[in-house]
Design a protein around this ligand. Sequence first.
Ligand code: NAD
Length: 277
Amino acid sequence: MVTILDGKAVSEKRLELIKEAISESGLYPRLATVIVGSDPASQMYVRMKHRACERVGIGSVGIEIPDDATTAKVLETIGRLNADNDINGILVQLPLPKQIDTDKVISAVKIEKDVDGFHPTSLGLLMSGKPVFTPCTPTGIMTILKEYHIPVAGAHAVVAGRSIDVGRPMAALLTNADATVTVCHSKTRDLAGELRRADILVSAIGKAHFITPEMVKPGAAVIDVGINHLDGKLVGDVDFDAVKEVASAITPVPGGVGPMTIATLMENTFTAAQRMQ
Ligand code: NAD
């Protein structure tokens, strides 16, 4: 019988715990979000983050910069937030418009406020096994695995996708937790063969229903990071209905990894406030 890894329920539980911890701490953590332009998906994600802040007792400040802004303008905003002692965490909503140098912007965020964990130093510390802040999506996945007692140490984990926000930090977190990790990507020769060796399969490719049962080892735990639109519906990378017949555990889309990303952002922001105190 397959276990549905209910990220929504785990996230609800985590948000309640954070709310309690914040209230007991007497702190009033504050998160600043920076959004450049008017991309509707980005605006929706930022709204969800502000709503979660409100729920757990984190103050949030939303900074909106017009579409045609320069890199210098965004850097000036980051500089101001870095210097503001009332702000504990800074989140720059990605992607940024084409004319903006994303690497420069990410690198400008003060490391102590890098609650997204994308700063090169944060990623380097994660690689070295001494993380400070780790990216929210893969960190949320580690929480799901822990919550459902899925053994990671010694397991063979296969991560499909090597992006900076998901695939690479996911591989580092799994390695730090003693998994044996394979990272696959668009140039991997025998993707199905690699995936079939996974005890834990994480897909962060971004292709609707790309992962089929033939690619999954019977009994594997399958984590679906993908957010795709198919026939007007939100679906993951995994063909959920078919793969749940072979997996031992699987995240749904929606209601799996997504909610954990936001809960982890709240945890990171609270941690930033505790460290700044
Ligand atoms: P990305 O486009 O930066 O990376 C995609 C990766 O998939 C690349 O490394 C590429 O090499 C690999 N890939 C593409 N085609 C492949 C193929 N045929 N075989 C093997 N690998 C292939 O995307 P991303 O930012 O890592 O996001 C991946 C997906 O996860 C997207 O659908 C995105 O919307 C979703 N996402 C969800 C959350 C969440 O909170 N749930 C957070 C971030 C991203």
